[in-house]
Ligand binder design. Structure first.
Ligand code: ADP
Ligand code: MG
Length: 635
């Protein structure tokens, strides 16, 4: 007998879940390849059906499907249609044969099924489906380390929250919710193209969704969505049912409910068979066992009116996105019903593009979710991280003169990170006071304060010698962590802040408008303050250099430098940032050769007295500074 060996130290694997209206499935990335997980019968699709038996136990998936016929009120199908709906939503009555409980006055306003006298919410039903997917994944992976769950692009906040709640109830840790069309695009690796416009045509069991996706610098944006929430493979089954009934010369009114169901199942089997065969002959489960033959051409005629409806919705979605078929860079087929050859042909004509169909359309969404889950958790793939969201407001720190230095700009896609290097403004400064702010205004006082912390214990050094590296990292959920490190001493400090917390859209909007209103006066103030800080730093550094290394300049040079320093100080006392800039440039020119000579002397001195280890250390520091793109005194 062979025993499978689990590596106990192997990190738990993250999975991707397609929680579908008709079918759900789970996938993960195995040795770099996204793969759907099968049950012991080699089936990957779990029908999204949950039956509640009299003892309160649940039956989920394939075994629950026949029970839906016998116990329609105790067996919830297509629960996804109920997600996020309130108890007072009139739509719910039309969505199935269920009995509902009145709203719970003390609980959240959610629709509740009456199942054998007990209230059951859509979140709980979905949790049962997710639990069975989790168990399926655990059979294969032993432990599941988080999941990415897909949702339709049009799902609102309530529907998304309900999906997350269901996952939590099922014991799953949601890394991210991902739009279904984006997941399909990821499965095809379209993000590698960096830019493009794509149409995703998703025809499932009972729903049709079309989405126009814009890919810009590797970031997907939903441009428009459209569809029909009552159009899908079930409609094809019904059309075929009527056709077969007529061929067998039977009247629907003469059938027992049991025969209706059996015939609908037969219609579905014929439909599936016609995907690969041109003709199918089937003995019908009716009295007299009549046999009927259906051709692919007949099915094509039956589905034509349904396809026309998908065409209307698709054209509208293109119009909403402001595009024409020729603007598309690709079309993706999603959903089991796009296996029907007539659907593929129709889509090719509709979008004037041969659709991508290499990946099984039932699995493509789950596979894309698995890719995303892997990107989010696999350390080897760090840096490839997919960017899907943006920062609402800029993040920065307060530097000299109360000015904000923006480290991460507004609209930067997250997760993201950036590092700036700063230095001290005064001699013998032994600490930095860091002030992290969020907003678009130029002065820290006008931005939202996120955190203040101190970096202390730095040995006293001359101004400008300390090297403070500040790293901002924002994770996918918008959580900011700040890391400050003084590189010559290695002293460091970390803080975590939640930058978007408590900022609703209105607040963000207001902060943006204010920044626009004050844009010019802010900028002027900022330039003056910055100029003054810079002028003082350069002037005092120059004076110190003259005092220490005065022997390196001629009397003539010294007079020139001293007058340039005076001119700079005068400009700094005024209100004209351009003048300060000009005097800074003058002084820079006047001291250029002097600075070069000082540098040579310093290098010679350093080389004479140092061993190799110290040199390497020096190289490291130099690199750290090279990374910096801003060097400005702080605090
Ligand atoms: P959903 O996204 O709504 O959960 P799916 O993408 O799983 O649904 O699609 C289910 C539909 O796909 C069903 O109507 C089923 O009959 C149909 N389907 C699956 N396989 C085939 C096939 N080979 N030929 C035609 N239709 C198929
Ligand atoms: Mg689907």
């Amino acid at each position: 007998m062979l025993l499978e060996i689990f590596d106990p130290k192997a990190p738990p694997r993250a999975v991707g879940i397609d929680l579908g209206t008709t079918n759900s499935l789970v996938a993960y990335v195995r040795e770099g390849v996204p793969t759907t997980i099968e049950n012991c019968h080699m089936e990957t699709l779990v029908p999204s059906v949950v039956h509640y038996d009299p003892r309160g136990h649940t039956v989920v998936g394939k075994d629950a499907v026949p029970l839906a016929h016998e116990h329609p009120r105790e067996t919830i199908v297509s629960v996804k249609r109920f997600m996020g709906r309130g108890a007072d939503d009139p739509e719910t009555k039309r969505l199935g044969p269920y009995v509902f409980m009145p709203a719970d006055p003390s609980g959240p306003n959610t629709v509740r099924f009456d199942v054998r006298g007990k209230p059951v919410t859509p979140v709980e039903v979905s949790a049962e489906i997710l639990k069975s997917l989790r168990e399926l994944a655990e059979d294969e992976l032993r432990t599941v380390g988080g999941c990415v769950i897909t949702v339709p692009a049009y799902f609102d906040d309530g529907q998304r929250q309900a999906t997350k709640d269901a996952a939590r109830l099922a014991g799953l840790d949601v890394l991210r919710l991902l739009n279904e069309p984006t997941a399909a695009a990821l499965a095809y690796g379209l993000e590698k193209k960096q830019n493009g416009t794509f149409a995703v045509y998703d025809l499932g069991g009972g729903t049709f969704d079309v989405t126009i996706l814009l890919l810009e610098d590797g970031v997907f944006q939903v441009k428009s969505t459209g569809g029909d929430s009552a159009l899908g493979g079930d409609d094809m089954d019904r059309a075929l049912f009527e056709h077969m009934l007529a061929s067998a010369k039977k009247e629907a009114s003469t059938l027992t409910p049991h025969e209706v169901r059996a015939l609908l199942d037969a219609a579905k089997e014929v439909k599936h068979a016609l995907t690969s065969a041109d003709t199918v002959t089937k003995t019908l489960p009716l009295a007299g066992e009549p046999s009927v033959t259906v051709t692919r051409a007949e099915l094509d005629t039956l589905v034509a009116p349904l396809l026309e409806r998908t065409g209307q919705a698709s054209r509208r979605a293109m119009k909403d996105a402001g595009i024409k078929p020729k603007d598309l860079d690709g079309v993706i087929l999603v959903g089991g019903s796009t296996r029907v050859p007539a659907v593929r042909a129709y889509v090719a004509k509709l979008f004037e593009h041969e659709p991508l169909s290499d990946i099984d359309p039932d699995s493509v969404v789950a596979l894309g979710a698995a890719v995303q889950a892997d990107l989010l958790t696999n350390a080897d793939r760090e840096g490839e991280v997919l960017l899907l969201d943006v920062l609402p407001l800029s993040l920065g720190i307060e530097v000299g003169g109360g000015v904000v230095d923006k480290i991460l700009a507004r609209n930067t896609t997250i997760p993201t990170g950036a590092r700036n290097t700063y230095t001290t403004q005064e001699d013998k400064q032994t600490g930095f006071l860091l002030h992290v702010v969020q907003g678009e205004r130029e002065l820290a006082a006008d931005c939202r304060s996120l955190a203040r912390f101190a970096l202390k214990g730095i040995p006293p050094m001359p101004a400008g010698l300390a090297r403070l590296e500040i790293t901002f990292k924002v994770d996918a959920d918008g959580l900011l962590s700040v890391h400050a490190r003084e590189t010559t001493t290695g002293i460091e400090q970390r803080v975590e802040v939640k930058p978007s917390y408590g900022l609703d859209d209105d607040t963000v909007e207001r902060m943006l408008t204010e920044a626009l209103d004050h844009g010019e006066s802010d900028l002027l103030k900022r330039r003056i303050l910055e100029g003054r800080v810079e002028a003082e730093r350069v002037a005092s550094a120059t004076e110190k250099a003259l005092a220490n290394d005065g022997h390196l300049v001629s009397a003539e040079e010294r007079a020139l430098i001293e007058s340039a320093t005076r001119a700079l100080r005068e400009a700094a006392a005024g209100e004209d940032p351009q003048k300060i800039r000009a005097r800074l440039d003058d002084l820079d020119r006047a001291t250029k050769e002097f600075a070069g000579r000082r540098m040579n002397v310093a290098v010679a001195r350093a080389l004479a007295g140092q061993n190799v280890g110290n040199l390497e250390e020096g190289v490291k520091h130099a690199k750290g500074v090279e990374n910096a793109h801003v060097e400005r005194p702080i605090d």
